[in-house]
Ligand binder design. Structure first.
Ligand code: HEC
Length: 119
């Protein structure tokens, strides 16, 4: 009879496992956000930032518009969505002969989106 009132061992174990799974899910979604989110889900923002400074995008933009060069990015101008932003970066890539890989173009577009366009 007493046996029926004894707590089985597994629920505690299962609760701990569930907690681990929940924590993992929370971390994964946090990571997804840190990597761009929105239309640039799996973009590598750190890579994008590095490429933007390596290729001196801002230096040339500065010569055109002054300030820190960011006035060249006009969220309400001709670029109206994430796809057009990616296409524009691709165009710069080709035009400037940078030979960027598609994921590098995507990473740059993601950083510009985070800092300027916010699609
Ligand atoms: C040699 C100079 C030069 C360099 C280097 C350069 N750009 Fe540009 N970029 C321009 C000019 C000029 C414009 C504006 C063109 C216009 O208004 O017709 C522009 C416009 C843009 C725009 C469009 C802005 C908007 O909202 O209309 C994006 C995006 C852009 N550049 C990204 C980049 C990125 C990313 C890099 C570096 C990989 C880069 N550019 C390097 C000259 C340059």
């Amino acid at each position: 009879m007493l046996k029926a009132f004894r707590q089985p061992a597994w629920p505690r174990w299962a609760a701990a496992a569930l907690a681990v799974v929940a924590l993992g899910a929370a971390l994964a979604s946090g990571l997804a956000r840190a990597q761009g989110g929105g239309p640039f889900q799996d973009a590598d923002l750190a890579l994008g930032e590095r490429l933007i400074s390596e290729h001196r995008c801002a230096a040339c933009h500065q010569r055109k518009v002054g300030g820190n060069g960011s006035a060249i990015y006009r969220p309400k101008g001709r670029i109206g969505n994430a796809g057009q932003l990616r296409t524009m970066v691709e165009y710069c890539n080709t035009d400037l002969g940078l030979s960027l890989f598609p994921d590098e173009v995507n990473a740059i577009a993601a950083v510009l989106n985070r800092d300027h366009y916010r699609f």
